[in-house]
Write a protein that binds this ligand. Structure first.
Ligand code: GLY
Ligand code: MN
Ligand code: MN
Length: 462
């Protein structure tokens, strides 16, 4: 946990920003997999963690802006709980650790909220993403369950997004702790990936690295020789000599900050000449986009820069044709790069996505494009010091998409569909790093994880 003063200061900033009202933060409870006592691994709500720090199920935070008072609510454990769970801190003890003077149990919370509703006070809450939370909020505030999200507070969402978007030095240190684990993950992947080995062996070893660090994954691991499927969670293929293995994975720091790294490996240890050509295009696109990152630049422009590098490279190897700028403007490159360049990262791997992608990644000066590919860009807005953003371009050969575009004659001025035929089994390549925007420009966070062709080939043990 951070020092109590960190949580106190965070709540103080939010209180000042909001000006009045009650701010309700339901922490997460346990979530059952198949019966109540058999639960998914517990993950605290990130905004609750940010302001109230308590990493246990069953707590609720409340900030009364008008009374200038913060509360932690929860029920103390009784002896039956302690027999099964071991000694547990009291609500009072937990509140002390995060700088809160006032505590109460769940019935006192319900009474306080009912009194506030009766008095006509404004109760702000963030959009809940679990049904249990929608039901609880509906009960506390006398709302229809289906209407709860409509009553979420725009003002509170904006204030929380603004505050959480800028990472402190302590938060950056946490992200770098998660990246230390990522570095070990990729050493392990390079040790184990080789022809004849099943993807599951590598995916399992990756989880072992995370477990040995007493950490958790920050999102379900993507590890596949079918990297053309962007979020491929199937790990049952036997890897072959000429396969490309895409590994997109992340871990959490002790305070639950994320890492999110992608590397692409030649299973046989060396890229084929064609794989190498395509790999170098993705790497150039990633490096150009990273180089462009500085305060005042829009991430949209970094995305477009990566798109232009990709179209230029694909034209050089004969898969695209025509004027590069026109092709990118028309969105033709999205056949190969159908996703956005990256997203904010922090306590969530897609930071604050539960609060609304457009409120996190866009502002009043940029609205989201409807063009295929660009519409998937999560982060477009101007960069500020303290933002942490992933940079993850890729080139993919998705047979179903190629067939559809060819059938429709889509962008046939810019794509050589005949030349594409020999790439149907290529798979995909993605390269991803986590980048801090600094006052001077940017810094790629964490230890250096091999990504040049030479470093990857020399790191492959198989
Ligand atoms: N979690 C997949 C990605 O955004 O990189
Ligand atoms: Mn990723
Ligand atoms: Mn990512």
């Amino acid at each position: 946990m951070f020092n109590a003063s960190v949580y106190r200061e965070r709540r103080q900033v939010l209180r000042r920003q909001m000006g009045s009202g009650l701010l309700l933060f339901p922490g997460n409870g346990e979530s059952p997999m198949n019966y109540p006592a058999n639960t998914y691994p517990f993950r605290q709500d990130s905004s609750f963690l940010y302001y109230f720090g308590v990493d246990k199920p069953g707590f609720v935070g409340l900030i009364d802006v008008d009374e200038d008072c913060d509360y932690l609510y929860g029920n103390d454990f009784d002896i039956d709980d302690i027999i099964w769970m071991g000694p547990q801190p009291s609500v009072r003890e937990l509140a002390d650790v995060v700088g809160i003077n006032s505590t109460g149990d769940n019935s006192q919370l319900a009474e306080r909220l009912a009194a506030a509703v009766n008095a006509g006070r404004r109760i702000h809450f963030l959009s809940p993403y679990r049904m249990e939370e929608q039901v609880r909020i509906a009960e506390w505030l006398g709302l229809d369950v289906a209407a709860v999200n409509r009553h979420a507070s725009r003002a509170m969402i904006r204030a929380v997004v603004t505050q959480r978007s800028t990472k402190s030095e302590a938060e950056i240190r946490e992200i770098e702790k998660a990246l230390e684990i990522s570095s070990r993950i990729y050493e392990t992947v390079m040790d184990l990936a080789r022809p004849g080995v099943n993807e599951g062996e590598v995916a399992g070893a990756l989880l072992g690295v995370v477990g040995r660090a007493n950490s958790h994954i920050s999102f379900p691991t993507i590890l596949s020789v079918h990297g053309e499927t962007l979020h491929n969670h199937f790990h049952g293929n036997e890897m072959r000599e000429d396969d490309l293995l895409v590994v997109d994975s992340g871990a959490e720091s002790p305070e639950h900050y994320a890492s999110d790294i992608t590397r692409t490996f030649p299973v046989g240890g060396r890229f084929t000449p064609v794989q190498r050509q395509v790999y170098e295009i993705v790497l150039r696109a990633q490096e150009a986009a990273i180089q462009a990152m500085r305060p005042g630049t829009r991430f949209l422009d970094c995305h477009m820069m990566a798109a232009r590098e990709i179209a230029t490279g694909l034209k050089e190897i004969g898969l695209m044709k025509g004027d590069v700028d026109e092709a990118v403007q028309a969105g033709a490159h999205a056949l190969f790069f159908p996703h956005g360049l990256g997203h904010m990262m922090g306590l969530d791997v897609h930071d604050m996505e539960n609060l609304g992608e457009n409120l996190v990644g866009y502002d009043e000066t940029i609205s989201r494009s409807r063009q295929f590919g660009l519409s998937a860009l999560r982060m477009a807005r101007e960069l500020f010091p303290g933002f942490v953003v992933t940079v993850e371009p890729g080139i993919y050969f998705i047979p179903a998409l190629i067939d559809q575009w060819r059938r429709e004659g889509a962008h046939s001025d810019f794509i050589d569909y005949d030349a594409l035929e020999t790439f149907r089994d290529f798979g995909g390549i993605r390269i991803e790093d986590d980048v801090l925007v600094t006052a001077e420009g940017h810094r790629v966070l964490g230890p250096k994880i091999p990504k040049t062709v030479a470093d990857i080939e020399s790191g492959m043990k198989g």
